[in-house]
Write a protein that binds this ligand. Sequence first.
Ligand SMILES: Nc1ncnc2c1ncn2[C@@H]1O[C@H](COP(=O)(O)OP(=O)(O)OP(=O)(O)O)[C@@H](O)[C@H]1O
Ligand SMILES: [Mg+2]
Ligand SMILES: [Zn+2]
Length: 603
Amino acid sequence: MKQFKDILKNTFGFDEYLPYQEDIITAIFDKKDVLAIMPTGSGKSLTYQLPALLFDGLTLVVSPMISLMKDQSDALNELGIKARSLNSSYSLSENNQTINLIKNNGLKILFIAPERLMQPETLNIIRKAKVSFIAIDEAHCVSQWGHDFREEYLKLGEVRPELKVSAPILSLTATADNRTKKEIVDKIYLSKTPITIESGYDRPNIFLSFAPKNNAKNQVLSFIEQQDNNSGIIYCSSRKKTEDLAKFIKSNGYKNVLPYHAGLSAKERSNAHELFKNNDDAIITATIAFGMGIDKPNVRFVCHLDMPSNIESYYQEIGRAGRDGLPAKTLTIYGMDDIMLRSEQIQSKESNEEQKRLEFQRLGALISLCDATRCRRQVLLNYFNEEIEECNNCDICLDGIDLIDGTEDAQKILSAIKRTGERFGSNHIINILIGKETDNIIKFAHDKLKTYGVGENHNAIQWRSIIRQMYSAGYIHIEIEKYGALKITVAGNEILYGKRNFSKRSQDVVAPKKTKVQKQEISLNEDSGSIIISNLLKKYRTEKSKEKNVPPYVIYADRTVIELANHKPRHIENLFNIYGLGKSKIEEYGEDIIKIITKQENR
Ligand SMILES: Nc1ncnc2c1ncn2[C@@H]1O[C@H](COP(=O)(O)OP(=O)(O)OP(=O)(O)O)[C@@H](O)[C@H]1O
Ligand SMILES: [Mg+2]
Ligand SMILES: [Zn+2]
């Protein structure tokens, strides 16, 4: 519809819809209930922001994250949309102002947490306004089985009857399996099925790469060095590692680096959040505790110092990169010790055998991804039941992979495992192969074995890689209860007895090669003029953001900077063709932007 398109352009500064946005918006405008399951960064917010402007009453946006509400409403106010939130992080007088706006119909969008919304007092206030539309963000929080479960979400089915309105409800989430979908329908729509819109899981702008662990800290450092001083997150498996790594990165000349984990004080954690939000070059070394409550669209890289716990966590964690749709890089470093650690964690959980089996399956899927020999994205999406073409945006698609025959190496490993009674872990087996005289080797007289020292053709790192590949191909099994003893599977025995061959990677990739980055549609021109203007525009954005106490990306997006620097518009009218600049931003920043560009161009 023309009217919608005009708002898209004039208010948000976008020329086109992203996939499914128009379908959702049209359905909502027709007063239909909608459940939308779309990946991170697919533009779900617009599907409630735009309809909010089409309706004459108030739009409620229910969200679990109080900490994000201020940024979200600030961003809308920048677009000239009257938005506020009602929550405990504001002073009484600020909240009273908001309440007055609600009562006087002076508000378009109200962000609110479910526990606040469902309080009788709040319902009384909101009843006085005309509620036209209700959006429920992060709707998967309704699921009792998921890790983001929020009890208050269960009450949301009552919101329409309580408010006595027939406003359409739009539920939004990035992840919902069938069970979660059913819970959303049952609890939020009281079993009345909404229109369901589900797009694929792919995040094509995220580059996927993996490297076997060698010297993890240095691997991380050389990865960071390729990131052009952009902002990113490095996930570690322990609190201590986040702190050590932050120090290490700092000592290598990076300024804005902080660790984040649940053991830090509230003040320290909030400092890390602020640093991250407010700086284009901030790096956070974090445990998985750093996740909920980060909404930064221009995270340009995510690195895993240690292998994540399973394939879902992996996808969620790397998913924090590139929410603005611009290219983002990820690197996951993995080793045999990670596999052991993760297995032990599953084994020691107090869950039943069936749950454990499922968790091992998810871990196994991640291990296969680490040691994949074809397009990573194909392997990854396959797990989510999606078929795609080769992606051309992963290390294997770009660098290729060479496989060579590794049957003899595999037989050496299997024979060492067999001769020691399938009772030892990978370190001991490797020590036998390379002929190392450890206490245990002497104690068990393993230096007398026929296999002792037969593996001098490789070093320990290489043997470890081959063991991992055999594990991921299903030829050996790790007995967690027996301290990680390696066992030979049926297929493994076929290799040992020469009935089957084994292919291995031709070389150990220790760090990913500097990959040939594809020329993406949206990238900054490489001439010095464009680069200088980009830096000036980022500096201006940071100044403004400090003045207004909002994050820089709320002023304007990275893509806006790139388009301005490439096209170098010299007249206000031309700014309307730039991504993300609508009327309100052009009014406020347009003249300054033109001045910055003109001054630089006239030098
Ligand atoms: N039609 C559009 N054209 C261009 N960019 C868009 C469009 N709609 C939204 N965007 C941009 O896409 C980015 C991601 O949008 P948004 O924050 O809504 O993602 P999301 O789907 O809510 O993700 P999450 O699951 O992480 O909350 C934002 O930077 C937004 O400005
Ligand atoms: Mg969102
Ligand atoms: Zn690929």
